[in-house]
Structures are given as structure tokens and as C-alpha cells.
Design a protein around this ligand. Structure first.
Ligand SMILES: Cc1cc2nc3c(=O)[nH]c(=O)nc-3n(C[C@H](O)[C@H](O)[C@H](O)COP(=O)(O)O)c2cc1C
Length: 441
């Protein structure tokens, strides 16, 4: 079992204001991430992961004001300089960095990741995302997000260009012979001459090959097309299963797609997105959960949910039938997965719900409380072991927490990770020289 910490949201959705959070530091102070990374490395966590989104939520009331006022999914910085800084105070833990293949250019990203792989000494992973949010697209010249499957075609070409660029200078091309003054062997450095549907890149990469040569590739899409893309190039998949059946289906579909690509299903693990609230006792964990639920505001919840659904929930009447809301969201081409799907499944189409009640459920969803594992280390470790066995025993977990920073993650590192290690279920602690080698162990 491999474990990573998902640091995509270390300050948003009220985390910044919780008691004991960001003490003596304000986001985006890199020192908070340095302290957290050192704690995580002592525990043997494989990777710190940084998701990304570049637009400020604006679906709720058609305005960024509520998201800005309440710190909902904003602010979000480019974390590459933070990773560079954190790598100087750690030596083994890996870093996952996210860029969108829909908006970025592969030459820029391949070059940046090569540099980061040097700075981190072979500890970088690239999480490539197709992007789903219109607020992100608006910052890169799109009136509308390009069509779903087209984004994946672009992703596959994007990754192919990156791989070709990383391979365009072979590691033994660099001679550095001071006596003769020859720096490199031109026979081992070649242009890639890529001309595709989306990109034209001549290459080669103007860089010294990095320790991993190719950074580890992570991908998260879980539609059929998204899984096909994972099967083509991903080293690790970031998975979100609403329940065990959903996880098992993802695993089955990925295995089929990997086989179709001629790859071994056992070679690609899924790290499951999993929020945990751990305490020294189950009572303490439950009290922490209750504390998270105390802070909420309809504007904050509305901004979060509307952004993620792509549907403006400020139009909700005082009371409504759940089935009607689901149909209206469907008609608006917005996402019916997530909260509304879960509520319909739980209460049925005909259930009448008040606006207030809906937003109470919404806050549980926004904070992840409705799908968290809550308890002492032993209880959580039991649940993880059982889930790991039921989902193919490959990959592991990407932990997140709604609690204070960095203590929320600190307690996962200090209570839960040692319990998992004591049980002998974790992969060996940093057996290799690079992140790729460590994740293979
Ligand atoms: C666990 C998980 C994490 C994701 N993280 C990000 C992210 O950090 N940034 C982003 O823009 N999209 C992220 N996505 C969105 C995916 O990259 C993808 O665009 C989305 O799931 C839609 O593709 P699909 O229809 O294939 O699922 C994530 C998706 C999942 C399931």
C-alpha cells in the first residue's frame, strides 16, 4: 500500500480559520509546506500531491464575490516554486504537480518538469488533467470548454510530445570532457519533429536529462475515455470512487483498458482519494468532525457546489422535489453526479427538501464530511485494509483532511501511518533513489 497526502486544499473551505490552523503563517507561506513535508517524510509518506484549478468559482449568482469572500476553492497558486523550496528540506518524499493539457503547451510543461526533476533529485510526478471547469477555460482564451473526448485526444498528444522531448537527449549524450572541451555528443541528441493535430514541436529539449528522465505520470479521469487515456500512459491513477462498487468498477475498467494497450494490469496502481479524520480516540475524532461542521454559510456552500456542478444553485426555490432538481440540472448539461445523485439515491425522486436542508447536506459534501473515515488509528486502518483488499491490492490512498493545517496531516502522519506500518501493509519506506523507484516498490 502506497500513501500520499493531497495538499490541493490546505486553506480553503474554512481550513485557514480553524483553531490551531496556520499558526504564525498565512497562505501561501512555503514554510508551512516545509514543516508538513518533513513530518510526512519522517512517517514515510510516498508523495505530497498538489491538484490545481486556475479559475475562481463564479457559477453561483454569476459572480466571484461569494467564493472570494469565503475562501472557496480560492486562492490557488502555481505550486511549482513551493515544491522546489520544499525539496531543499527533504530528501526522499515525492511531489505531484498538476497542469492542464487543455490549456498549457507541452514544450513549456516538459521543460519545467525536467527542471523540477533536477531540483528535487528525481522526485517529481506530473498529474495531467483534462479540466472540466468553465472558469478555468475563460482564463486561457476559451468561451466554452472544448468537447470532453477532444480534451482527452489533446491530452494523449500532449503527453506523447512531453515523453518524446524527455527522451530527445539520451542520458549518455552528456560528456562534460573538460580536457577536450566537448560538452555533449550530437549523435545522441535529436529533434522530435512532431506535427500533430494540436501541437507542432521540433525539439529537442534544450536540457540535461533529469534523474528520472521521464517524471512519473498521474491521471485521474474516470469516464470511459479518461480511463482509456490512463491506460495509454499513466504510471499511477488518482481515483475517486463514491463507494466500494464504484471503486471496483473503476479498477475493472482500467484493467481491461490496460490489457487492450498491452500493459500489465498489476503495473498501474490506483491511489484512492480518501478523507480521514483521525483522533487518539474515536470520541476525539468525532468531536473534530463536529467542529468542521460548525462553520458554514449558504453563500460559501452555494459557491462551492455550483462551481463543481456547473449549475447555479442560487435559483433554488424555498422547497422542491429532489427529482425535479436532478432533471433541471440534467437539462442544463451540468453534472448530476456527486451531491444531487447521492441525495436522490438516499431519499428518492419524490422527496421534498427545503433549501436550508439542501445546503446543510451541501456543506457536508463541500467539506468531504459525508464521505470521510472517522475514528482512531486502528478503526481507520481496519477500513483501509479491507478496502485495499477489495479493490485489487494495488496502489493505495491519497489522504486529505478538512482539519487545521498542518496538524490535520501531522496527526495522520503520527497516528495512522505508524499503525499501518506496524501492521506490515505499507510498501517499503523509500527503497529507491527516485519517486518512480519508490512507487514501484
Ligand atoms: C480524484 C480526482 C482528482 C482530480 N484532480 C483534478 C485537479 O486537481 N484539477 C483539475 O483540473 N481536474 C482534476 N480532476 C478532474 C479530472 O482531471 C477530469 O478532468 C475529470 O474527472 C473529468 O474527466 P472524466 O469525465 O474522464 O472523469 C480530478 C478528478 C478526480 C477523479
Amino acid at each position: 500500500m502506497h500513501i500520499a497526502f493531497d495538499l490541493s486544499f490546505t486553506h480553503t473551505e474554512g481550513r485557514w480559520a480553524r483553531a490551531g490552523s496556520w499558526i504564525g503563517r498565512d497562505f501561501p507561506d512555503a514554510r508551512m509546506y516545509m514543516e508538513l513535508a518533513q513530518t510526512a517524510e519522517r512517517a514515510g509518506v510516498d508523495m505530497l500531491f498538489f491538484g490545481d484549478g486556475t479559475g475562481i468559482p463564479d457559477t453561483w449568482r454569476g459572480s466571484i464575490a461569494p467564493a472570494v469572500e469565503w475562501g472557496i476553492q480560492w486562492p490557488r497558486h502555481d505550486m511549482s516554486p513551493v515544491i522546489a523550496a520544499v525539496s531543499t528540506v527533504t530528501s526522499a518524499i515525492g511531489f505531484g504537480l498538476t497542469y492542464s493539457s487543455t490549456f498549457m503547451h507541452p514544450f513549456y510543461v516538459a521543460r519545467l518538469l525536467n527542471s523540477l526533476d533536477h531540483v528535487t533529485n528525481g522526485r517529481i510526478a506530473f498529474n495531467v488533467v483534462a479540466s472540466t471547469r468553465s472558469a478555468d477555460a475563460a482564463n486561457y482564451g476559451y468561451d466554452e470548454l472544448p468537447e470532453h473526448d477532444l480534451r482527452y485526444e489533446r491530452m494523449e498528444e500532449f503527453v506523447g510530445v512531453c515523453q518524446a522531448l524527455w527522451d530527445s537527449v539520451t542520458p549518455d549524450a552528456i560528456i562534460r570532457d573538460r580536457a577536450s572541451g566537448r560538452f555533449a555528443d550530437p549523435a545522441k541528441i535529436a529533434p522530435i519533429n512532431h506535427r500533430g493535430r494540436f501541437f507542432s514541436v521540433r525539439g529537442p529539449l534544450p536540457a540535461v536529462p533529469s534523474p528520472q528522465v521521464r517524471p512519473v505520470l498521474v491521471q485521474a479521469g474516470n469516464s470511459a475515455r479518461g480511463i482509456a487515456a490512463s491506460a495509454r500512459f499513466a504510471d499511477v491513477v488518482f481515483g475517486f470512487g463514491a463507494n466500494l462498487r464504484g471503486q471496483q468498477r473503476h479498477r475493472e475498467r482500467l484493467d481491461e483498458a490496460l490489457t487492450a494497450e498491452g500493459r500489465k494490469p498489476e503495473s498501474v496502481g490506483i491511489l484512492w482519494a480518501t478523507q480521514v479524520i483521525v483522533g487518539r480516540t474515536t470520541e476525539e475524532a468525532k468531536a473534530r468532525r463536529a467542529h468542521v461542521l460548525e462553520f458554514w454559510d449558504t453563500e460559501a456552500v452555494g459557491a462551492f457546489l455550483s462551481h463543481n456542478m456547473g449549475y447555479d444553485l442560487s435559483r433554488l426555490p424555498a422547497a422542491f422535489r429532489l427529482g425535479d432538481l436532478r432533471d433541471e440540472i440534467h437539462a442544463a448539461q451540468a453534472s448530476q453526479a456527486g451531491l444531487i445523485g447521492a441525495l436522490v439515491a438516499e431519499y428518492g425522486d419524490d422527496h421534498r427538501m427545503s433549501r436550508e436542508e439542501f445546503f446543510e447536506h451541501g456543506w457536508k459534501s463541500a467539506t468531504g464530511i459525508d464521505h470521510s473515515i472517522v475514528g482512531d488509528a486502528g478503526t481507520i486502518a481496519d477500513a483501509l485494509e479491507e478496502n485495499f483488499a477489495a479493490t485489487g491490492s494495488r496502489g493505495g490512498y491519497m489522504f486529505s483532511t478538512p482539519l487545521s493545517m498542518p496538524s490535520g496531516f501531522g496527526e495522520i502522519a503520527e497516528l495512522l501511518v505508524p499503525e499501518l506500518r506496524r501492521r506490515g501493509v505499507l510498501a517499503p519506506r523509500y527503497p529507491g533513489r527516485t519517486l518512480r523507484e519508490n512507487l514501484a516498490g
